[in-house]
Ligand binder design. Sequence first.
Ligand code: DGJ
Length: 384
Amino acid sequence: MKNAFLVTALLGLATATQAQRTAFEPGKVWPDNHGTHLNAHGAGVLFDKGRYYLFGEHKIAGPKGNSAQVGVHCYSSKDLYNWQDEGIALAVAPAGSGSEIEQGCILERPKVVYNKLTHKYVMWFHLELKGQGYAAARTAVAVSDRATGPFRYVRSYRPGAGQWPLGFQDEWKQPVPGEAALKWWTPEWRTAVAAGLFVRRDFAKGQMARDMTIFVDDDGKAYHVHSSEDNLTLHLAELTADYQDFTGRWSTIAPAGHNEAPALCKRGGKYYLLTSGCTGWAPNAARSFVASSIWGPWRQLENPATGADADSTYHSQSTYILPVAGKPDAFLFMADRWTPKNPIDGGYIWLPLSFEGDQPRLRWADRWSLGVFDQPRPKATAAQ
Ligand code: DGJ
């Protein structure tokens, strides 16, 4: 009797701590099934066989927390509100092992996609080699047979080595006398950047790849989008059919525009890209772009955020745009509220992404649920 009472009491406690969530509360502590704040920063989401998988940087407390001490954390969910801890999907290698992903490297913004040809889960992430700050500027790939891992590290890349971007003119392939002396604040310098000043510099060793995302198109082709050229210009590079390498086809987006934190979605046949400016861990105003072809041209639109704190994207920085399963043209904007002094405390800003014509829009909500996507919404117009 006494024991039964104890069991009932314990069950009651367990139910109370795991109360089902029915809404998003942007910026608030977001407990997982153990009651621990989600530890998946710079995250992306995979939807696979009826379940969502959240992958993000596992941060620790204190000053070391912005370097990778543990690896990539995975959670899974049926409804996007309640997340079950699935553990570490990609673990860093032991310190001193000499591995490119050894403990203390910088491992950011992991994104996982499923490849239908190989039946493998492919994870890409921004990798900085231990002890080199942000100088290596690489992207890296890991592979698994299961969504939750364990992922096996494959290799890292500087993409585009020895390959000119699409549309790169022949006369841009040679250095222009005097271009090295151009000042970065002049229109001449911006023109020189658009004409390949930095693409030429990194042609042989490969282009820099820092903040990144992966986008899979309706036809199954996947693309890697990354901040390159000292974070001045975004590059979009096509992945091979197995999603584990680059085909060599790539293009530039917004030369000298200083964009990072890219997040992409497709609606009504058009491609939408949200980014941030480059201010380290401090938030800034988001940017938005639209294109009828993923290869561009991309047209820059307005800051998508509206209302109070729009100029800091509600104190956050984009990381992913998630198409909500089963709800056509319903997109969820995911962003990080970084806390670099104690990185484990970083918060998550998930908001519905709406559209006014071509213009993506964000509006703050203290509390919201997926039901917002069932309200009447403007229909997407077909791409021209
Ligand atoms: C901003 C980036 O978006 C983050 O992923 C991280 O690289 C910080 N910069 C580092 O300052």
